[in-house]
Design a protein around this ligand. Structure first.
Ligand code: BGC
Length: 822
C-alpha cells in the first residue's frame, strides 16, 4: 500500500508521468518519493530481457503451442513457478505473458505463442501459468486482449466479430484466467474490435474486464498500441508502453486543462501503476536477487520438453526405435533445430543440445545426411535428395527432421498458407520411397498440411520445444518415455476446409470478418461433420488406455461431478489425457456446437494401473451467452457428458437433465435469420446472414471513401497509391537486401515500419519525430508539395527540441527543488 498511498503526495504532472513508461521496458519512477521503476520483460517462453542490443542468456522453454499439447495443469503451474524464480533472479517484475489468444486460423503468425483453438484449455493453462509465476511475487501480463487473430496489418486490423463469439470464444480464456488467477496486468492488443481499438475500448477494459470479471490489476498497452493516449485513459487504459515521456505528459496535461480528462481519471491510472509497484516491492524487490542455477533449469527444460510432443501416427509400432537399429538421421534440422519463434519469443537460449549430438551421445549406429539447405528451403536440391536417399537406403530406420520455415514462427506477419517448405516435402517423399521405416520428427508452430502422411510410418509433432528439444528427443524415440501430448488444435485436411476459409485475411478496409462466429476449430469440424487430418485432442501413445465406469452426478452445490476410470492396458508406463465434452441434446433457438470441452485431466499410469478421475463441471459448462438477454444463460434439457481420448474418440457417454431458472422466452429464434449456422454451414453464410448475427450492417460500417487522403492514423503501407508512398515503401524494402540478417527478422522490421500508423511513430520516438513532422510525412504521402512538407517539418522542430530537452530540464528542476527542500 505504501506506494499506492503516495499518489496523494504527487503533483498532477507527476501522476500523469506514471501513465506512460519511463522507457521501452520500465514503468515511471519518482526519486522524490522513492518510487522505483519496474522492469517488464518478454515472455512467455522464457526471459527475453534486453541487454544492450541483445538479450541476456536465459532458458528457452517449449513455446505455448507445445505447452498446450501437454494439457498439464500442474505442470504448467510448475513451469510458471520456474519462470517466476528466474524473473526474481533477473529483477524482472512483470513477465509479458502468457498469450491467450484463440487460434482462429492456422495462418496466424503468432500461433506458436498461443495455446489453443479452445478457450477452456487456453484459459485453464493460462491461469495455471499465471498462478505459478505470481506465487513467486512476480507479475504477469496476460496478452493480447482481445480478438487478436492476425499479424498482417496488426496495428490497425479490425476484428469484425459478433458478441456471442467474443464472449464464448475470444474472451472466455481471458475470463477464466482473470477469475482463477488475477494476473497483475493485462496487455491490450493492437487491433480494433468492431471499429474500436482495444486500447480505447471502455466496454472491453472497464465494463467487461473490471465490472463483470472483477479484474483488480493494471491494463497496459501492447508496445505502441496506443492510438490516442487521452481516449485510452478515459476508456480504462492505465499504462502506455513503451514510454513516450514528455510527449504523452504534455498531451494528457493539455487534455486536462481543456476539461477533456478529469483529475480522478489521471489519479486512477497512476494509482494502478503504483499498486503494481507495491506488489513487486512486496513480492520480490525488497529481497536480494537470488542466484540463478541455469544448469538446473536447463535440466528442467529437458524434462518439460518430454511431456509435450504429440505422436500423430505410429503404424506397426515403428516407434520406439531399438538401440540396436541402424538409424539414418536425415535433415539439417537435426543439427540446427527449430526450437523457438521470433519477436517476443526470441529468448537467447542458454544451452541448445542438437538432436544429432544427443543421439550420437547414446552410442547408436548412426548415419547422416542434410537432405535440404536451410538457407534455401524454397528450392529442391537434387544432389541433397540423392545423398539422403542413399543414406536412407542403407539404414534400418530413418529419423527424418522436418520443420516449417523460420518465417512461419514470427510475429508481425501471417503465413501465406499451411504448407511446409517445398524442400522438406520433397525430401520426405524421396526418403519414404526408399525406406519403409521412416519416422518424421516435425517442428512447426501451428497446424500444417502433411501431404506425405500416408507414406511414412510415424510422425511425432514436437512444435517448438525450446532448448531441451535435442536432449529430450532420444528418450521419446528410444521408448524410455512415451509421447503423451495431445493436439490443442485441429489439423484440417486442406486449408479450404477451414471454417474461416473465406475470411483468412483482412480485406481492403483491414477488416477481418469472423463470419464463422462460434464455430472455431473442432466446434466447426465436429458440428459440420467434416473429415479432418488429426482431430482436436488427438495423440497416440506407446501404451494403450481403457476407459470405464462413468458416473455423472449432480452435487449438492448444483455442480456436476464426472467420475470415470482409466486403466493403462499396455505394457509401459505412460500418461493419458482424458477430455470431458458437453453437448446439448435438444433443439435450441440458438445455434450450438455439437460438443465443447469443459474439463480435462492428465494422469500418469504404470502398466495395469487404474486411476479414478474425478472432475467437476460448474454451471458455466452448460451456459451460452445470450446476446439478446445480455447474459450467460442455461437452456433446460438433456445434455450429453462425453468422456473422450480426443474430440473424435468418445469412449464414455452419459446424459444428464439440467434445469434452469433463466427465462428464455425473449430469446430470438436464430433459425429465422441465421439458418446456415445451425449445421455450421459457414461456406453458405452470406454477408447479410453474418450481419444478422453481428447485429449491425457492415455496409454502413465501411469507412467513408469519398476522401481518400491519408491521415496520421495511416501507415506507409497505406500509401502505395501515391508516387512518393511507393518510393518510400521501396526504400524500406531495401532492408531485405542486407546480408547476414535472418529473413524473418528483416520481414518483421520492414512490415512493422510499413504498417505502423504514423502517429505511433511519434509515440515510439517520444515525440522527437513530432506530430507536425508526421503531418509533413502525410502531406508527402498524399503526393502534396514537398515545400508544404518542409514547412510542417520546420514547424515540428520546436516540439522535437522540447521532446529532447524538456525531460533533462525537468529532471534538473526536480533535483534542485529536492535540494532546496532538504
Ligand atoms: C508484442 C508483445 C510483446 C511486446 C514487447 C509487442 O510487439 O506484440 O507480445 O510483449 O512487443 O516486446
Amino acid at each position: 500500500m505504501e506506494f499506492e498511498l503516495s499518489v496523494k503526495k504527487m503533483t498532477l504532472r507527476e501522476q500523469i508521468s506514471f501513465l506512460t513508461g519511463k522507457d521501452f521496458w520500465h514503468t515511471a519512477a519518482l526519486d522524490r518519493l522513492g518510487i522505483p521503476p519496474l522492469l517488464l520483460s518478454d515472455g512467455p517462453t522464457g526471459l527475453r530481457k534486453m541487454k544492450g542490443f541483445g538479450n541476456i542468456t536465459a532458458i528457452c522453454y517449449p513455446s505455448a503451442a507445445a505447452i498446450a499439447s501437454s494439457w498439464d495443469k500442474e505442470g504448467t503451474k510448475a513451469f510458471g513457478e520456474k519462470l517466476g524464480d528466474e524473473c526474481r533472479a533477473e529483477r524482472v517484475s512483470v513477465l509479458l505473458g502468457p498469450g491467450v489468444n484463440i487460434k482462429r486460423s492456422p495462418l496466424c503468425g503468432r500461433n506458436f505463442e498461443y495455446y489453443s483453438e479452445d478457450p477452456f484449455l487456453a484459459g485453464t493453462l493460462a491461469a495455471n501459468y499465471i498462478n505459478g509465476v505470481q506465487s513467486k511475487g512476480v507479475g504477469t501480463s496476460m496478452k493480447h486482449f482481445a480478438a487478436n487473430s492476425t499479424e498482417d496489418f496488426r496495428f490497425k486490423a479490425d476484428s469484425i466479430v459478433d458478441e456471442r463469439a467474443l464472449r464464448e470464444i475470444y474472451l472466455r480464456g481471458f475470463e477464466i484466467a482473470v477469475r482463477h488467477a488475477q494476473p497483475w496486468t493485462i496487455m491490450m492488443a493492437y487491433n480494433k474490435i468492431n471499429g474500436k481499438y482495444c486500447t480505447e475500448n471502455s466496454w472491453l477494459m472497464t465494463d467487461v474486464l473490471r465490472g463483470e470479471w472483477g479484474f483488480q490489476g493494471l491494463t497496459v498497452s501492447d508496445w505502441t498500441a496506443t492510438a490516442d493516449r487521452v481516449r485510452g485513459l478515459k476508456a480504462g487504459l492505465d499504462l502506455e508502453m513503451p514510454g513516450a515521456g514528455y510527449y504523452t505528459v504534455q498531451k494528457v496535461a493539455k487534455a486536462y486543462r481543456a476539461g477533456e480528462v478529469s483529475a480522478e481519471e489521471i489519479e486512477t491510472g497512476a494509482r494502478r501503476v503504483l499498486n503494481l509497484v507495491d506488489k513487486a516491492a512486496e513480492g520480490h524487490l525488497s529481497e536480494a536477487a537470488p542466484a540463478w542455477d541455469k544448469e538446473a533449469d536447463h535440466a528442467y527444460a529437458v524434462e518439460l520438453a518430454k511431456k509435450c510432443p504429440v505422436l500423430l501416427k505410429n503404424d506397426n509400432q515403428l516407434l520406439p526405435f531399438s538401440k540396436d537399429d541402424k538409424i539414418a538421421i536425415i535433415g539439417a534440422r537435426a543439427k540446427k533445430p527449430l526450437i523457438k519463434g521470433g519477436g517476443s519469443s526470441s529468448v537467447n537460449a542458454y544451452k541448445v543440445d542438437t538432436p544429432y549430438n544427443a543421439f550420437e551421445f547414446r552410442g547408436l549406429d548412426l548415419s547422416y545426411a542434410d537432405g535440404y539447405d536451410l538457407t534455401m528451403l524454397d528450392e529442391v536440391k537434387p544432389t541433397l535428395l540423392e545423398e539422403a536417399a542413399e543414406v536412407a537406403k542403407a539404414a534400418d530406420k530413418v529419423l527424418l527432421f522436418v520443420s516449417c520455415s523460420d518465417m512461419d514462427v514470427q510475429e508481425g506477419f501471417d503465413h501465406v498458407n499451411m504448407d511446409l517448405p517445398v524442400a522438406m516435402n520433397a525430401l520426405v517423399e524421396k526418403v519414404a520411397d526408399v525406406n519403409k521405416n521412416v519416422a518424421v520428427i516435425l517442428s512447426t508452430g501451428s497446424a500444417v498440411i502433411l501431404p506425405w502422411a500416408d507414406k511414412v510410418g510415424a510422425i511425432l509433432q514436437t512444435y517448438l520445444l525450446g532448448e531441451g528439444f535435442g536432449a529430450a528427443l532420444p528418450s521419446l524415440v528410444l521408448g524410455e518415455v512415451s509421447p503423451s501430448g495431445k493436439l490443442a488444435e485441429t489439423y484440417p485436411k486442406s486449408m479450404r476446409d477451414l471454417a474461416c476459409a473465406k475470411d483468412l485475411k483482412v480485406d481492403n478496409d483491414l477488416n477481418l470478418k469472423y463470419r464463422e462466429s462460434i464455430f472455431v476449430g473442432y466446434r466447426y469440424f465436429d458440428t459440420a461433420e467434416k473429415e479432418v487430418a488429426y482431430p482436436f485432442g488427438f495423440g497416440l501413445s506407446y501404451s494403450k488406455f481403457a476407459y470405464s465406469d462413468l458416473k455423472v452426478v449432480r452435487t449438492a452445490d448444483e455442480k456436476v461431478a464426472v467420475c470415470f476410470n482409466i486403466t493403462n492396458a499396455g505394457d509401459m508406463k505412460a500418461d493419458e489425457i482424458a477430455q470431458v465434452y458437453v453437448g446439448a441434446k435438444f433443439p435450441s433457438k440458438v445455434y450450438r456446437a455439437r460438443k465443447e470441452l469443459k474439463e480435462f485431466a492428465r494422469v500418469s499410469l504404470e502398466p495395469g494401473e487404474t486411476a479414478k478421475v474425478e472432475l467437476t463441471l460448474d454451471k458455466c459448462a452448460f451456459e451460452y451467452f445470450s446476446v439478446d438477454l445480455d447474459k450467460w444463460v442455461i437452456e433446460p434439457g438433456k445434455y450429453s457428458i462425453m468422456v473422450g481420448a480426443s474430440s473424435r474418440d468418445i469412449r464414455l457417454t452419459e446424459d444428464i437433465d439440467i434445469s434452469s431458472a433463466d427465462d428464455l422466452s425473449k430469446e430470438a429464434d436464430y433459425a429465422d435469420f441465421a439458418p446456415h449456422y445451425f449445421k455450421a454451414n459457414i461456406a453458405e453464410v452470406s454477408d447479410v446472414e453474418f450481419c444478422n448475427v453481428l447485429g449491425y450492417d457492415l455496409d454502413e460500417y465501411l469507412p467513408d471513401r469519398t476522401d481518400s487522403r491519408l491521415t496520421a492514423e495511416d501507415a506507409i503501407a497505406d500509401a502505395v497509391a501515391s508516387k512518393t508512398g511507393r518510393k518510400i515503401n521501396g526504400y524500406i524494402d531495401m532492408v531485405n537486401s542486407i546480408p547476414g540478417v535472418p529473413d524473418a527478422y528483416k520481414k518483421l522490421v520492414t512490415e512493422s515500419v510499413k504498417t505502423m500508423p504514423l502517429n505511433r511513430m511519434v509515440q515510439v520516438s517520444r515525440g522527437i519525430f513530432s506530430d507536425n513532422m508526421a503531418a509533413g510525412l502525410v502531406t508527402l504521402l498524399n503526393d502534396g508539395s514537398p515545400m508544404d512538407m518542409v514547412k510542417l517539418f520546420a514547424l515540428g522542430v520546436p516540439d522535437t527540441l522540447k521532446a529532447v530537452g524538456m525531460p533533462a530540464l525537468q529532471k534538473r528542476a526536480a533535483k534542485s527543488t529536492e535540494k532546496k527542500n532538504r
